[in-house]
Design a protein. Structure first.
Length: 231
C-alpha cells in the first residue's frame, strides 16, 4: 500500500466538520472530538481497516527505515487497540499456526489473526516472562512500544510518566532482544530521556530521533529508533 506524506485521501479536500458543545460535554472534549472527526488519518484508518491512526506512524517509519522483515519475531508493548500489530502481521508473515507477533496491554484488545495478545499490565513483575513464553522462548528481533501514560494536562508530569514507560521498555529490550535486533519506542520531547539515549548508543549500532508525518505537529511525542542491538 503506497503511503502519502500528506495523510490526505480521496474526499478530504475542503471537508471540515464542526462539533457543537453538548450540555454534558466539556469544551475540551468537544475540541478533541472535532479534531478526531476532521483528522485525515482517522478517516483513512476507517477506510483501510486499521484500528487507529497510529498504524500510519509505524507504516511511515517502516517505509523510510525498512525495519520489519519477513520471519521476524516482534513484541508490541502497549498494543491496544492493535494498529501496530495489524501493520506488522502481514510483513513478518505471522499466522495463528505460527505466531510471530506478541502484544501486551492492560486493556482488552479484540483478537487479531496471527497475534498472541496478552491482557496484562506490562509493569507487572511477571509480564516479561509471560511475553517470552508467548514467543515460545525465542528472543524477539524487534521490540516496539507506543506506550504513553494517561495524560494529566500537566506537561512535565506527562513527560515524566511517559519517560518512565520508555525506560521500562528499554530494560525489556536490553534483556531480551536478539543480537542485531531493533528497538522502537515513543518518547515525549523534553530532555529527561537524554541519559537513556547515551546508554542506548552504547548498546546499539545506531540511534535516531524520528517524528513521522502521522504524528500530530502540536504533539510532543516523537520516537526513538535504535538498530543493531549488540547483545
Amino acid at each position: 500500500m503506497s503511503q502519502s506524506n500528506s495523510g490526505r485521501g480521496r474526499g478530504d479536500r475542503g471537508m471540515f466538520e464542526k462539533v457543537k458543545t453538548a450540555r454534558k460535554r466539556s469544551n475540551a472534549s468537544t475540541l478533541w472530538l472535532q479534531r478526531q472527526l476532521n483528522d485525515p488519518y482517522v478517516r483513512r484508518s476507517k477506510i483501510d481497516g486499521y484500528r487507529s491512526r497510529a498504524a500510519y506512524k509505524l507504516l511511515e517509519i517502516n517505509e523510510k527505515h525498512d525495519l520489519i522483515k519477513p520471519g521476524m519475531r516482534v513484541v508490541d508493548l502497549g498494543a491496544a487497540p492493535g494498529g501496530w500489530c495489524q501493520v506488522t502481521v502481514p510483513i513478518v508473515g505471522s499466522s495463528d499456526e505460527k505466531p510471530l507477533v506478541v502484544g501486551i496491554d492492560y486493556l482488552e484488545v479484540e483478537p487479531i489473526p496471527g497475534v498472541v495478545m496478552l491482557q496484562k499490565d506490562f509493569l507487572d513483575d511477571d509480564a516479561p516472562e509471560a511475553l517470552m513464553s508467548a514467543l515460545g522462548g525465542h528472543k524477539p528481533d524487534m521490540v516496539m512500544s507506543d506506550m504513553a501514560a494517561p495524560t494529566t494536562g500537566h506537561r512535565q508530569t506527562d513527560h515524566l510518566r511517559t519517560t518512565f514507560l520508555f525506560e521500562v521498555a528499554i530494560d525489556f529490550a536490553r534483556q531480551n532482544l536478539a543480537p542485531g535486533g531493533v528497538f522502537l519506542s515513543k518518547v515525549f520531547a523534553g530532555g529527561a530521556e537524554n541519559s537513556l539515549l547515551q546508554q542506548l548508543k552504547k548498546e546499539f549500532k545506531s540511534v535516531a530521533h524520528i517524528k513521522p508525518p502521522a504524528s500530530r505537529k502540536e504533539s510532543p511525542e516523537m520516537y526513538i529508533l535504535a538498530k543493531g542491538f549488540r547483545g
